[in-house]
Design a protein around this ligand. Structure first.
Ligand code: GTP
Ligand code: MG
Length: 362
């Protein structure tokens, strides 16, 4: 799982990357390459896992992780560079950081207008895809002249449909596709097809709690956030950066002073999970308590496979209980006698927050 952080120049991409991944980037003044990308891993905060961990006191607690890539500012120029395009195409999803904070000392393309910025960046992504579609269509036409196969014809039809959408300025993430079509088009790694989370970077204020909740509507992103494979959230980069430097107790107090009860990052990461159709299940024991990530709708053996491929092949059953039921019972033994610990088979669809013990024959 890799998420690319994109946006116009100087909107706070690198700041967000640093606070997400707690990375201390080297300042290499003088010879730094502005197009150089940063890659880092963010721990997915999860208070359910914190609580399970408190119950088991394991030697190790392992949170789920998401990889973030901070690419350089987007623009027609950048999108023509192979290295930039390649790294951007590799990601599974995008976070588009939008300038929504006032600061006269930091230049921006014009007055604060996130919707306009979205349209501009989206346009650049679509132009890049369109160029690629047209190139491939030309090639396909030649190949089809040499010999028609149904596979080439299907690809051509799909690309023509994609071209039509792009020409109407419709990003490919909004195009309806069958699973077969999705598979067919996957190799192109189209930029406008990637799920996208719009992240408004808003200014600091004493009413930050309510401001964050109101931001999506205030900046008129409600409609755009409702579109297929899109979502929107708000953060305050400045406050998050300060939070990142604090210990838990200090952070809680600091959040309180802004009328907040959680860091905006928690919400942002949760939103990106939602957008990507991902859920977490847990394994818990004295050795390790751990969160694992699987797509919504995964069956129990697939979840076992996320832990280890052997567990998938030799899967027999999964002892399953929802995390809060386990906490309420106080122990697995108590849950078993209460009947809240269930034995689930191969067809069981894993639910967000399940705690599982995989029984296997391997
Ligand atoms: N006032 C204010 N300034 C911010 C905020 N977030 C970032 N900045 C400032 O904006 C400037 C740009 O931040 P970066 O995080 O480097 O932005 P970027 O999008 O990575 O910039 P480029 O990579 O150059 O396109 C820096 O001076 C930051 O300190 C914010 O929430 N409020
Ligand atoms: Mg940057």
């Amino acid at each position: 799982m890799k998420t690319g952080i994109i946006g116009l120049p100087q909107v706070g991409k690198t700041s967000l990357f640093k606070i997400l991944t707690k990375a201390k980037l080297e300042e290499r003044s003088g010879y730094s390459n502005p197009r150089e990308e940063h890659i880092g891993v963010a721990r997915v905060p999860d208070d359910r896992l914190d609580k399970l961990s408190a119950l088991y006191s394991p030697r190790k607690t392992t949170f789920a992780a998401v990889e973030f890539v901070d690419v350089a500012a987007i623009g027609q120029e950048a999108l023509k560079e192979t290295a930039f395009l390649t790294s951007l195409r590799q990601v599974d999803a995008l976070i588009h950081v939008l300038r929504a904070f006032d600061d006269d000392s930091i230049a921006h393309v014009g007055p604060i207008d996130p919707l306009r910025d979205i349209k501009n960046v989206e346009f650049d992504l679509m132009i890049s895809d369109l160029t690629q579609v047209e190139k491939r269509l030309e090639r396909l036409e030649k190949d089809l002249k040499k010999g028609r196969t149904s596979e080439l014809e299907r690809e051509q039809a799909l690309l023509l449909r994609s071209k039509e959408a792009l020409e109407k300025e419709l990003p490919l993430r909004e195009l309806e596709m069958t699973p077969e079509e999705k598979k067919l088009i996957k190799g192109f790694m189209f930029l406008s097809q990637k799920p996208i989370l719009y992240a408004l970077n808003i200014g600091e204020s004493t009413t930050l709690g309510t401001d964050l909740d109101a931001a999506v509507s205030l900046f008129k992103l409600d409609e755009i956030a409702q579109r297929p494979n899109a979502g929107a959230t708000a953060i305050c980069g400045k406050v998050e950066a300060e939070l990142a430097e604090m210990d838990d107790e200090e952070a809680a107090e600091f959040l309180g002073s802004y009328g907040l009860h959680e860091s905006g990052l928690v919400r942002l990461i949760r939103k990106s999970y939602e957008l990507l159709g991902l859920i977490s299940f847990f394994t818990a024991g004295e050795d390790e308590c751990r969160a694992w990530t699987v797509p919504v709708g995964s069956k129990a053996p697939q979840a076992a496979g996320a832990i280890h491929s052997d567990l998938e092949h030799h899967f027999i059953r999964a002892e399953t209980i929802r995390w809060d039921n386990l906490l309420a019972a106080g122990s697995e033994a108590a849950a078993r006698s209460k009947g809240t610990l269930r034995l689930e088979g191969k067809e069981y669809i894993v639910q967000d927050g399940d705690v599982m013990h995989i029984r296997h024959s391997g």
